[in-house]
Ligand binder design. Sequence first.
Ligand code: FES
Length: 258
Amino acid sequence: MKKYVLDLTVSAAEHINDKYVLLKLTHNEPLPQMLPGQFVEVRVDGSSTTFLRRPISINFVDYQANELWLLVAAIGDGTRALARLKAGDTLNCMLPLGNSFTIPENKNAKVLLVGGGVGVAPLLNFGKVLNDNGIRPIFLLGARSAKDILLIDEFKKYGEVCVTTEDGTEGEKGFVTNHSVLQRIRFDQISTCGPKPMMVAVARYAHSEGIFCEASLENKMACGVGACLCCVEGTKKGNLCVCKEGPVFNVNDLSWQI
Ligand code: FES
């Protein structure tokens, strides 16, 4: 897929809470096509300690409004600088990068999308694309507490939303793999993105049930195009660059203990 380096304009910077900002970006030309699961490498201006671009998942693309959404967790100098952006600012983005989630051919397929933390971001766009393909997924979102559940009203537009919180302040108490939806529905596909322990637990469940499962990895990245090798993941097919061969992998190909 052709990659672009574009100066996008911030149309809105919505502060969801003290840690997360939703950046809505637009361009004076139509945005290029982007696949669900792909990501963007953004250049961080205004941080004296951040020299490398930062990988951010594509949260949502609205081609009609010509808008790209990036959900940013402000956890380091670079992402804190991104969180300071305001409407009218410019953000230089290289996109679209990486591979994509699998869209089942069978329109009756039962698809579960499991996200945790900022890892929920790419699942919104994937859920929208599944809807466009006639499939309404179920979202299973896990978090520590109710305040950490992000964009729930957006997710509800594209499927049933199930929630677990570790403290029980929203949804079912516990971890995503304890949620009752796993007893209620026999899924054909599970796609997951979030903290590694969560994804490993989801992969283990899927493997034990013989369900096709893919995970979007969040390894540290620099170049984003397979040149620096800093994102390498050991897999059963050898060492692969998450930025180029991923970020989405069939969990059975990973060297995880599942
Ligand atoms: Fe440089 Fe993947 S980030 S090779």
